[in-house]
Design a protein around this ligand. Structure first.
Ligand code: UFG
Length: 325
């Protein structure tokens, strides 16, 4: 397929690009490099530096490349930051990519995969979150993604653009060549690994008074390669119509359990400090991914947390400065 990937220079985007190329797709990465890394983009992908708000440019690229489908991954992703600067999230995750949808209408591109998030659900009312769970985001980040999901519904109803909204739980881990390099880094696993490497002095636990067995937040960590595989499957199922899928392992780990896993995998110890809660964090987020398993046959191949952490550890050791020269 001929695919355009916005945000293809980011952590998840560059790995999905790598996997689409390996599956024989023709890939154009479209990224403004505001947070992505040019060096993360695989050499076999076409690269266009541009913004999702540039409708004319996008429509031109769609026509030149014969794009058949878009994977829209560009966006800001920090729940904590969204509670200090919600405007950044609503502007960039909800408003500006309307131009992307308009460019698709203009150029006749009829399919889009959208990187959505578990943060659309808010605090769980059932143990496992399935796709029909109420959507009551506890942070502006989740709301900004939920609003874009709703825009996608309207572009389907009015213009017939089919979409799959993939609600990621906590993507983690690495492939041999590509891994997680956010600046600043805010995600738990890379932060602990940088601490294990001695590049940070300590890891903070954000909140020890959650109603969970050890008092710390529980998340469902999913290996980046399993996440990528779901994109390949979803892309090839869009002719069936628009859909929402959760992507997680169905097993939650607390912050303390993740720290223990890093100690086990790396054989290193490091300072851990108990700090206050981070605004907007739900206590528990664990997926039911039954729907994508039943409908597309998706099965995570690397569900073990230690395996996920080990792949990230390998990448951090071989890329201690991330993608920096
Ligand atoms: N945490 C700490 N200390 C840190 C960093 C994080 O205790 O230094 C905790 C957080 O409070 C949270 C957990 O570790 O409980 C995971 O935090 P991350 O920042 O790694 O991930 P989030 O769960 O906040 O968000 C991530 C992605 C989102 C995605 C979401 C879905 O950033 O894009 O997972 O669950 F939507």
């Amino acid at each position: 397929m001929k695919i355009l990937i916005t945000g293809g220079a980011g952590y998840i985007g560059s790995i999905v690009t790598e996997m689409c190329l390996a599956a024989g797709d023709d890939v154009t990465v479209y990224d403004n490099l505001s947070t992505g890394h040019r060096r993360a983009v695989p050499a076999d992908a076409r690269f266009v530096e541009g913004d999702v708000s540039d409708q004319e440019r996008l429509a031109g690229v769609f026509r030149e490349t014969g794009t058949e489908a878009v994977i829209h991954m560009a966006g800001f992703i920090e729940a904590g930051e969204s509670m200090r600067d919600p405007g950044k999230y609503f502007r960039n995750n909800t408003c500006r990519p309307v131009s992307l949808l308009e460019a698709m209408v203009e150029a006749g591109v009829g399919e889009i995969l959208f990187s959505s998030t578990a943060a659309v659900y808010g605090n769980p009312v059932t143990e496992l979150l399935d796709e029909d769970h109420p959507r009551e985001p506890t942070n502006a980040y989740g709301e900004s993604k939920l609003l874009f999901e709703r825009l996608l519904d309207w572009y389907d109803r009015v213009h017939g653009i089919r979409h799959a909204a993939l609600r990621y739980f906590n993507a983690a881990g690495a492939t041999g060549e590509r891994g997680e390099d956010h600046r600043p880094e805010t995600h738990l696993i890379p932060l602990i690994l940088q601490t294990a490497l001695g590049r940070r002095g300590r890891i903070d636990i954000f909140g020890t008074d959650y109603p969970t067995p050890d008092g710390t937040c529980i998340r469902d960590y999913i290996h980046i390669a399993d996440l990528g595989q779901a994109h390949l499957l979803a892309l090839r199922s869009l002719e069936r119509g628009s859909i929402h899928y959760n992507l997680g392992n169905g097993r939650g780990y607390s912050v303390r359990e993740v720290i223990d896993s890093v100690r086990r995998v790396t054989g290193r110890d490091f300072p851990v400090v108990e700090s206050g809660r981070r605004a907007g964090d739900p206590g528990v987020l664990v997926a039911s991914s039954e729907r994508i398993s039943a409908e597309l046959g998706w099965q995570p191949q690397h569900p073990s947390l230690d395996e996920i952490v080990a792949s990230a550890w390998e990448w951090h050791q071989s890329h201690p400065d991330g993608y920096q020269e």
